[in-house]
Ligand binder design. Structure first.
Ligand SMILES: [Cu+2]
Length: 140
């Protein structure tokens, strides 16, 4: 009786082990599939990544900070139709004015203004209050 019981226990243990191994293999396969599909997703988003390169980069939307009497970045290149936002972080009021092309109007501290630039060209602009402040937007 005792020997028989021991054998039964062993069989039970063996079947439990086999089941555990099967579950382990199954979950490894599921994880591998999940990793594979998420890997595909991340490589797709990596393909999109260059579009996010805003400062001085290729495609809008783009933000330009005004601080210490400078436009940062000083030169930006955007695709036609991009929205460009100027944000005044200075104490002094500023504008971003390209005569006859675009004008943010007066931006007080903390103000921002978004303009859509749709016509290709290279536009240098200044601050109406501080004409030594110069920068360029290139619209492609
Ligand atoms: Cu200014």
């Amino acid at each position: 009786m005792r020997v028989q019981k021991l054998l039964d226990d062993r069989r039970l243990l063996l079947s439990v082990l086999v089941t555990a191994v099967a579950i382990a293999i199954g979950s490894v396969l599921i994880i591998a599939f999940a990793a594979d599909s998420s890997g595909g997703g991340s490589s797709a988003s990596m393909g999109m990544a260059p579009a996010k390169g805003a400062p001085g980069g290729a495609v809008g939307p783009v933000k330009i900070d005004i601080r210490d009497f400078k436009y940062v970045p000083e030169t930006v290149t955007v695709r036609a139709g991009s929205r460009v936002t100027w944000i005044n972080d200075d104490m002094a009021p500023h504008t971003a004015t390209a005569a006859g092309v675009f004008d943010t109007g007066t931006l007080q501290r903390g103000d921002s203004k978004a303009l859509t630039l749709s016509k290709p060209g290279s536009y240098s602009y200044v601050c109406e209050f501080h004409p030594f402040m110069k920068a360029t937007v290139v619209v492609k």
